[in-house]
Design a binder for this molecule. Structure first.
Ligand code: CTP
Length: 397
């Protein structure tokens, strides 16, 4: 998949650096040549010897390693690669990148390169959520820096949340996707995500608890396998992934129109928690408490995007996938929902409070197809996404 592709791999100073050794092995397993660069802090976590033993080449550590006539200069080193990968990308490395520093070999290479850069952030959850890191991330994304992860889960420091470096296999897939070598290269997939906001009046709306995390993870996983992703999202709490085409909508009707505009596609994944109903009248002015009585809200049904696309006839995409948010009898209700909506697959998840799927980092899903039900164990939403993307790639061939 990556035969002959050259990866410049910068290893930052985080506990996740030990996973980068596995990443090198996986990249080389696909035929890539990996040139490792170890930062000073990185050396505290993995030794130059172990990195070079696994990479099969020397490790670059110091800017002044490169002053020797016989060695490649830093400009050349940064450009000889097809892709620059930073894993783990620590809070400090991200800050240096965002600020344009060039005071050591890694930061100088990142400044000098004319190639795309993919970062795999890894840090404590508080550091990840710190406004400074979020600000730096926004700057980096604005600069077109690509990103794999971080995942949410248990961390080496004992805390729980987003900040864990993406699994090496996910980073390898992201590399393949960026280099156009993934199994979904040349395929287009539309993903809906997030809640919808259905207006009642100019200041009030009906919403739901969807964070958009599962949809964003699916879009990222499909992108990582090389798909061209059209991401149609309601007002989600989780940011849209880099490297996908984003259309932001508010209401179910806007979402359907945006999905239509994104078609044709090889597959559609409806992960959005679309509001089933909207207020029959969207009051043009703020509703007032005039006579002391609460207003009677009347609802009308929204268009069902999944059912509409599934029942399209000739222009129906070959693979249409929905979710089923259920709070009881998950498998039975989801199986009936697959038939009723006319989609190919349903990923059923338990959204009761005990399931913790809505807003939480984990999900337990059952994949319902024409062949029956397949129960997946509880796993991170990013892992559900990766499994689903791999299954889509297998099915589209
Ligand atoms: N969906 C949609 N458009 C809607 C409602 C739902 O595209 N107006 C999609 C969702 O994105 C999801 C699937 O349909 O993929 C099932 O959503 P769910 O809320 O579980 O089902 P409902 O159709 O709302 O059925 P019910 O409320 O009866 O469970």
């Amino acid at each position: 998949m990556l035969a002959g592709r050259r990866i410049l791999l910068i290893i930052g100073g985080g506990i996740a650096a030990y996973k980068t050794l596995e990443l090198i092995r996986l990249l080389r397993g696909q035929g890539a040549c990996v040139t490792p660069v170890l930062t000073r802090a990185g050396e505290e976590f993995v030794t130059p010897l172990s990195v070079s033993a696994i990479a099969g080449v020397r490790v670059y550590r110091d800017l002044f390693d490169l002053t020797d006539e016989a060695e490649m200069g830093h400009i050349e080193l940064s450009r000889a690669a097809d892709l620059v990968v930073v894993a783990p990308a620590t809070a400090d490395l991200m800050a240096k990148m965002a600020g344009g520093h060039a005071d050591d070999l890694a930061s100088t290479l990142l400044m000098a390169t004319d190639k795309r850069v993919l970062i795999a952030p890894a840090m404590n959850v508080r550091m990840w959520e710190h406004p400074a890191t979020m600000r730096n991330l926004a700057l980096l994304e604005g600069d077109g820096i690509l990103r794999a992860g971080p995942d949410a889960g248990e961390m080496a420091c004992g805390e729980y949340g987003p900040g864990r470096m993406a699994e090496p296999a996910a980073i390898r897939d992201a590399v393949a996707g960026v280099l156009g070598a993934g199994p979904l290269a040349g395929r287009r997939v539309v993903v809906t995500s997030g809640p919808t906001h259905e207006p009642i009046d100019p200041v009030r709306y009906i919403a739901n608890r969807s964070s958009g995390a599962q949809g964003a993870a699916i879009a990222a996983a499909l992108r990582d396998l090389g798909a061209e992703v059209r991401f149609v999202t309601g007002p989600a709490r989780v940011p849209a992934p880099a490297g996908v085409t984003v259309t932001r909508v508010e209401t179910a009707r806007e979402m359907l129109a945006a999905v239509d505009a994104a078609l044709p596609a090889d597959a559609v994944v409806c992960a959005a928690a679309v509001g089933d109903w909207r207020a029959a009248r969207d009051a043009p002015q703020k509703m007032k408490k005039t006579d002391g009585r609460p207003p009677a809200l009347e609802f009308v049904e929204n268009p069902d995007i999944l059912a509409t696309i599934s029942q399209r006839g000739e222009t129906r995409p070959p693979l249409v996938i929905g979710f089923a948010a259920e709070t009881e009898q998950v498998e039975a209700h989801a199986t009936a929902k697959r038939m009723r909506k006319g989609c190919d697959w349903i990923l059923a998840n338990d959204v009761s409070a005990k399931g913790g799927a809505m807003g939480g980092p984990q999900n337990r899903v059952t994949l319902i197809t024409a062949e029956g039900a397949e129960h997946w164990p509880q796993m991170a939403k990013s892992e559900v996404a990766r499994r689903l993307a791999a299954r889509i790639a297998e099915t589209l061939g």
